[in-house]
Design a protein around this ligand. Structure first.
Ligand SMILES: [Zn+2]
Length: 210
């Protein structure tokens, strides 16, 4: 006998997305993993050009780097560009590291509080030490980058872990998938697993609790 499980609400679909992102954040945290702006810049370069930097204008791979200006230059067409030139971070006055930290904060908050619009621009302002206007704009851009279903460059930078493979017996969509992800998420937070049935060992006896 099989029981039909209710399909996911739009809030649950959104929540699933954030929990999946949460499970891919580095165990040590984004701050320690990318401890300087330079480390973040290197990460941006690695993610954008995994096979080596090529020119954004002519695609040549004959590209040099001016350390003092943190600028790449193309030896073929003379075009100059940086790690952020062709990205959502271009012209941003907020450091790359604060973009990364904002992404982590948004993922953590939205995975834990699926029905609340956290963190606010004020929260980000306080945590990152930037102006409210900058925090508000940053939140919007980072949320766009992280949004369902595909994440953008900032997401690719901070999500350093591959997703855990789904067991064969779990369908790729639907409530069982949601529950499987939620169990992993809650376990990673040290929360009690959310199960209808829990096996409890009392003395030598195994009890099934409902
Ligand atoms: Zn070029």
């Amino acid at each position: 006998m099989s029981t039909k499980l209710p399909s996911l609400s739009s809030i649950e679909k959104e929540h699933l997305h954030w929990m999946q992102l949460y499970l891919r954040l580095p165990d040590a945290g984004v701050g320690p993993m990318f401890s300087s702006d330079e480390a973040c810049r290197e990460r941006l370069v690695d993610v954008q050009w995994p096979d080596g930097v090529w020119c954004l204008k002519c695609r040549s791979k004959t590209v040099g780097y001016m350390m003092s200006r943190r600028t790449f230059y193309c030896e073929i067409c003379k075009h100059q560009f940086t790690a952020t030139s062709d990205t959502v971070l271009r012209h941003s006055r907020v450091s790359i590291r604060k973009w990364f930290l904002a992404a982590e904060l948004l993922i953590q908050h939205n995975a834990k509080n699926p029905e609340l619009n956290y963190p606010t621009g004020h929260d980000l302002k306080d945590v990152l030490g930037i102006s409210y206007a900058a925090a508000h704009a940053l939140k919007k851009k980072v949320l766009d980058d992280l949004s369902f279903p595909e994440v953008g460059l900032v997401g690719d930078c901070v999500l350093t872990k591959q997703p855990e493979p789904l067991p064969m017996y779990i369908p790729k969509v639907g409530r069982r998938h949601f529950q499987w992800v939620r169990d992993r998420f809650e376990k990673s937070l040290g929360w009690e697993p959310y199960d209808d049935e829990t096996l409890v060992l009392m003395g030598d006896e195994l009890f099934k609790m409902r």
